[in-house]
Design a protein around this ligand. Sequence first.
Ligand SMILES: C[C@@]1(CC(=O)O)c2cc3[nH]c(cc4nc(cc5[nH]c(cc(n2)[C@H]1CCC(=O)O)[C@@](C)(CC(=O)O)[C@@H]5CCC(=O)O)C(CC(=O)O)=C4CCC(=O)O)c(CCC(=O)O)c3CC(=O)O
Ligand SMILES: NC(=O)C1=CN([C@@H]2O[C@H](COP(=O)(O)OP(=O)(O)OC[C@H]3O[C@@H](n4cnc5c(N)ncnc54)[C@H](O)[C@@H]3O)[C@@H](O)[C@H]2O)C=CC1
Length: 194
Amino acid sequence: MLNLKDKDIVIIGAGKVALRKAKNLMEYGGKLSIISPKIESEFYNYKDKINIIKDKYNKKYILNSSIVIAATDDKKLNRKIGIDCKDENILCNNVTDRNSDFIVPSTFKRGDLTISVSTNGKSPSLSKSIIFELEEKYDEKYIEFLKLLGDIRKIVLEKCNDEKRKKEILNEIINLSLDDLKGRKKLYENKSRL
Ligand SMILES: C[C@@]1(CC(=O)O)c2cc3[nH]c(cc4nc(cc5[nH]c(cc(n2)[C@H]1CCC(=O)O)[C@@](C)(CC(=O)O)[C@@H]5CCC(=O)O)C(CC(=O)O)=C4CCC(=O)O)c(CCC(=O)O)c3CC(=O)O
Ligand SMILES: NC(=O)C1=CN([C@@H]2O[C@H](COP(=O)(O)OP(=O)(O)OC[C@H]3O[C@@H](n4cnc5c(N)ncnc54)[C@H](O)[C@@H]3O)[C@@H](O)[C@H]2O)C=CC1
């Protein structure tokens, strides 16, 4: 998982695929710019968050960025953008090439839980379908569940010095129900040592 806060990310092309990648990246922070002569209209809904530049690709636009997404419908141009990025030591995701610097998995989030699936470029459709199944299993309840697990873990790390017991507790609590987890949090909060 990359921490993209304050990183400059440039997306070349502003069609449907660029829009999907942009929405995904917005969830991770980062300063997004898009460069394209034609802009998918939905991009303008995010004009406070995305710097929209209506122009053809030019190398000057990628200089000083950390990550570039080559998302035009011109395979040759996407490849050229990849080469420019290599020259400048910038990581590039090419949406028309399975072998670019990195590929984007299918992803969903439940609070701090992130689930991502990749097929290493073999079948993006399969990634999407597996994510669809997992979204049903890991529903909205996991937001609170994970928050409680995080709260309890903090208490256990502070109050338990026995490494073996610490591990046992942290391994065990993931199997509790939401209500039992709430009870456990109260119990541990009221103890001075665990
Ligand atoms: C290598 C990779 C590079 C990258 O983009 O990072 C790549 C490449 C290519 N995708 C193509 C096609 C499609 N991609 C999708 C969908 C998604 N593609 C995504 C990622 C990736 N796609 C990376 C590998 C991920 C992995 O390992 O699984 C997802 C997971 C994430 C995202 O894009 O955010 C997102 C699901 C989002 C969701 O969950 O909703 C669909 C289905 C749809 O749109 O409904 C289709 C049409 C059906 C099909 O082909 O399966 C083509 C052919 C283009 C052409 O020639 O026409 C190429 C180029 C090639 O293969 O060379
Ligand atoms: N990796 C992936 O997840 C997927 C990739 N694709 C492929 O991705 C490519 C893009 O697909 P879409 O977004 O649906 O196409 P689209 O037609 O909606 O968008 C293409 C964009 O590229 C821009 N563009 C063209 N020449 C440019 C230039 N010189 N400089 C800057 N921008 C330029 C256009 O202005 C347009 O905004 C296609 O080749 C498609 O086959 C398709 C599906 C999924």
